[in-house]
Design a protein around this ligand. Structure first.
Ligand code: FPP
Length: 240
């Protein structure tokens, strides 16, 4: 029985949704089938996050590295995303969910980008929860883009290198002005961060489960949150 303290829920949960392919392989199905089941798991985790009142959820839906997959898998994932956005728009509007995305979105196919732009625009004033999809996202790319932006300010004489602070860097990340994640969940059992939110997870609690993403259900999510609540977060300080 999961026992959650509503006072100690994370404000921002980030998820590396891994294991769609292995879930499918185990069942003798195509990887695509795994992604379809993965999209159902996305619906469930969004619903639970909303019901719990957690205001920020960020999902790693497509990494910069994922472009290296077969053209067929990339195309199918993009179409799946487009369909998901169109099908879920009604739910997002009904439950006051704001959609946004982080990543090099210009690389996405036009139809996916358009579906994304429509959902972002229509949900932009929603305040119950923010769902952020990381798409064509890479943490190093994000930091590189931030370095370019800061460099351009210096070149224009609008910033002195001595005035660069952590806040300056944060300001030019794709995630600005989101709070940093409190909890990062990774499914599929690998102990890696895979270029996800590298700057933002400096003090984030990590939770790895061997469950493959399509099987990650409400009870598994609640177990992760319960585990998070048992951690003592010190942010590098000492508390006696
Ligand atoms: C990892 O599984 C998952 C992905 C690369 C993409 C995540 C996509 C979804 C969950 C479905 C669609 C998303 C949305 C937002 C509707 P993998 O293929 O790397 O699995 P493997 O490691 O077992 O091969």
């Amino acid at each position: 029985m999961v026992n959650l303290n509503p006072e100690k829920l994370p404000r921002h949960v980030a998820v590396i949704m891994d294991g769609n392919g292995r879930w499918a392989k185990q069942r003798g199905l195509s990887r695509i089938k795994g992604h379809h089941k993965g999209a159902d798991a996305v619906r469930d985790v969004v619903k639970t996050t909303r019901e719990l009142g957690i205001p920020w959820l960020t999902l790693y839906a497509f990494s910069e590295e994922n472009w290296k997959r077969s053209a067929f898998e990339v195309k199918t994932l993009m179409e799946l995303l487009e369909r998901f956005l169109k099908e879920e728009l009604h739910e997002m509007l009904e439950h006051k969910i704001r959609l946004q995305c982080v990543g090099r979105i210009s690389r996405l196919p036009q139809r996916t980008r358009e579906a994304l732009e429509v959902s972002i625009e229509k949900t932009k004033d929603n305040t119950a929860m923010t769902l952020t999809l990381a798409l064509s996202y890479g943490g190093r790319q994000e930091l590189t883009d931030a370095a370019r932006a800061v460099g351009a300010l210096i070149a224009a004489g609008r910033l002195s290198p001595d005035d660069i602070s952590e806040q300056t860097i944060s300001r030019y990340l794709y995630t600005y002005p989101m709070p940093d994640p409190d909890l990062l969940i990774r499914t599929g059992g690998e102990y890696r961060v895979s270029n996800f939110l590298l700057w933002q997870i400096a003090y984030t609690e990590l939770y790895v489960t061997s469950i493959f993403w399509p099987d990650f259900g409400k009870s598994d999510y609640l177990a992760a949150l319960e585990n998070y609540q048992q951690r003592e977060r010190r942010f590098g300080a000492v508390f006696d």
